[in-house]
Design a protein around this ligand. Structure first.
Ligand code: XUL
Ligand code: CO
Length: 439
């Protein structure tokens, strides 16, 4: 049974190709900065947007036409697995990600829900074996069901906390069974609507304890995935505790959890927090906590998470610049937490969207590698901070200076002179690299 019979395997045809079902930049085997593109990029399909999303919004129902529309219940869940692997194989996507509730329907009881999951996980395991496609990460959906109205790890209801822990336990077992490289925590309801009814201290303590129990249980069952927290400032709650990279790192440090986690950073979450994506990557990188990416882009004129496929080459270049400077993403990858627009409702749009995203990242990788090779920004930064490599600046950088020694220097110093930051020039050079024909 084929779900996308009219579409064949997508291949690389180069930037002059007019074939909409071909890559212009993504060439899995091409070596960039000493590594194959597919190793740098480790693209992943987001199960929720691609298989279960239908394009509904707060004002309208689903619009998507999908080849698995005729099925329901567990038959639908099974059809989606088959369609998912066909789509990933055709696009050359080697990884995927899912929430537990994306892949199998909830039953009447937790026992029945877990049995449904087991059936689908069996089927996935078979497809993973026959295709070699791997699980980049899985997670527990602790936000959709009404029981999570007050949160999961930060709920005001201990029964809901216990239910969340049970769901998390099962998801860790699934991750272990499918050999997931990472396990993600995204706290969609881990925040508050009003401080008037919120015990922030208890909520944060409980959330940290849930993470601690997850670490302990993973160790117990031998699940060695990298744990990732995905920051987001708001939506669905008004304020989410994992607001951005810096806030999340401070939380992990406060509870002594930082050695067990890295961050899964998402482009549209960064912009919702008032940051660029590369800012979030830089903060995580300098703390040694850059783990994985949810690649998408937002609409800067809108105040919500639009999860569009990434096509902005300027952004993908600066993102890959941070990734390369980090020495790669290790066990992480680039997950398209992105959905086709509501008006792009035909099945082919799923292919066009992934091709656009993969090409945008491939081009970004190539440009970023050349910027690093030519030390374009490194040289500018070296020049700008040169005063800290000698004399009084070196005393400061190496921690030898005191307020008294600095005062003595300042009193005797000749007039201070500054040098230009040359920002406009650097942006022009960045454009030059972006527009240069492929080497
Ligand atoms: C929501 C979001 C989630 C996480 C996984 O904004 O990004 O889909 O990636 O729960
Ligand atoms: Co995400």
């Amino acid at each position: 049974m084929s779900y996308f019979a009219s579409i064949g395997r997508i291949s690389y045809e180069g930037s002059r190709s007019n074939n909409p079902l071909a890559f212009q930049h993504y060439q899995a085997e091409q070596v960039i900065a000493g590594k194959k593109m597919e190793e740098h990029l480790r693209f992943s399909m987001a199960y929720w947007h691609t298989l279960t999303g239908g394009g509904s919004d707060p004002f309208g129902t689903a619009t998507a036409i999908r080849p698995w529309d005729g099925y329901s219940g567990m038959d639908l869940a099974k059809a989606r697995v088959e369609a998912a692997f066909e789509l990933m194989e055709k696009l050359g996507l080697r990884y995927f990600c899912f929430h537990d509730r994306d892949i199998a329907p909830e039953g009447e009881t937790l026992q029945e829900t877990n049995r449904n999951l087991d059936v689908i996980v069996d089927l996935m395991e078979q497809h993973m074996k026959s295709t070699g496609i791997k699980l980049l990460w899985n997670t527990a959906c602790l936000f959709t069901h009404p029981r999570f109205v007050h949160g999961a790890g930060t709920t005001s209801n201990a029964d809901v906390y216990a239910y969340s822990a049970a769901q998390l336990k099962k998801s860790l077992e699934i991750g272990k069974r499918l050999g997931a490289d990472n396990y993600v925590f995204w706290g969609g309801r881990e925040g508050y609507e009003s401080l008037l009814n919120t015990d922030m201290k208890l909520e944060l303590d409980n959330l940290a304890f849930l993470y601690r129990m997850a670490i302990d249980y993973s160790r117990e069952i031998g699940f060695d995935a990298q744990f990732l927290i995905e920051p987001k400032p708001k939506e669905p709650t008004k304020h989410q505790y994992d607001f951005d990279a810096a806030t999340t790192i401070a939380f992990l440090q406060r509870y002594g959890l930082e050695a067990h986690f890295k961050l899964n950073l998402e482009a549209n979450h960064a912009t919702l927090a008032g940051h660029t994506f590369e800012h979030e990557l830089r903060v995580a990188r300098l703390h040694g906590m850059l783990g994985s990416l949810d690649a998408n882009q937002g609409d800067l004129l809108l105040g919500w998470d639009t999860d569009e496929f990434p096509t902005d080459l300027y952004a993908t270049t600066l993102t890959m610049y941070e990734v390369l400077k980090n020495g790669g993403l290790g066990k992480g990858g680039i997950n398209f937490d992105a959905k086709v627009r509501r008006a792009s409702f035909e099945p082919e749009d799923l292919f066009y969207a992934h091709i656009a995203g993969m090409d945008a990242y491939a081009k970004g990788l190539k440009v970023a590698a050349r910027l690093i090779e030519d030390r374009v920004f490194d040289e500018a930064v070296d020049r700008r901070y040169a005063s800290f490599r000698e004399g009084i600046g070196r005393d400061i950088a190496e921690g030898r200076a005191t307020l008294a020694s600095l005062e003595q220097y300042a009193l005797e110093n000749r007039p201070i002179s500054n040098i230009s930051g040359r920002q406009e020039r650097l942006k022009a050079v960045l454009n030059q690299y972006l527009l240069e024909a492929d080497k």
